[in-house]
Write a protein that binds this ligand. Sequence first.
Ligand SMILES: [Zn+2]
Length: 296
Amino acid sequence: MPELPEVETIRRQLAPVLESRRLARVEILDPRWTQPQGPGEVAAGLERRVVRRLERAGKYLVWALSGERFLLMHLRMTGTLLFDPPADPVHTRVRIALDDGHRLVYVDPRRFGTGHLMASAAARDLYLGARLGPEPLTPAFTVDYLRAAARGRTAPVKAFVLDQRRIAGVGNIYADEALFRASIHPLRPAGSLRSAQLAALHDGIEAALAAGIAAKGATIDDFRHVDGAHGSFQDEFLVHLREGRPCVRCATPIRKLVVGGRGTYVCERCQARPRRRGQAASSSGRRPARSAASSS
Ligand SMILES: [Zn+2]
């Protein structure tokens, strides 16, 4: 699934060719894309509007259109946007013709992607505000915020990081990479992280996302650039998908676990497993985490 760096890559590629262009014709071939809105209503709401800015919020691509309309696109599992493809690929769901003769095609084999039209900035803010926490790589995402959001949480930190309402834009790839960078085991309860670990997690999330953006995203499954090219971040993974291969820091083989139903990659030497309840505290003298000691 495209995550923040992949959607940001698409945004950067499309902004120069979409901004200031008028949407001459919009054909929505799959009604599921706009549900619960009707495809005719959304197409009519888009046609003849000018793209003022192409923005991003978490994993959403946000089209700011003339007349204060906003198209919120989420690519989900397999959505791809292609600019000027030679022909309509199979699984084409939406076709957009621009006023300068170019065209954009939305392709989605599994059809989980969505396109919703918002009739005002307030409606956009309400929609996104209910779904997204602070945006990493912006001033709103601070260590203090992470500390407050994690306080009292007994869920594994990996699930915490994946929750879009807590942190916008991080998915399975960048969660694994961030936790490795921060030397935090993905099963550690979020509320048990100490101050230094919260700071390391904050920096790890931002560093992993920045590296992903610099490499123009990761192509594992369906992610493509708007010209059909692949990202290259998959060649730079530190732990993700590296099961059995040596840790880049300590050479211990990377293990694959399942955390919250998601394949999760970890170096269990660099990222120490949380102690189980009842297990003696280690000789380092650190007391067991409160949430681990009190949870049932
Ligand atoms: Zn290691």
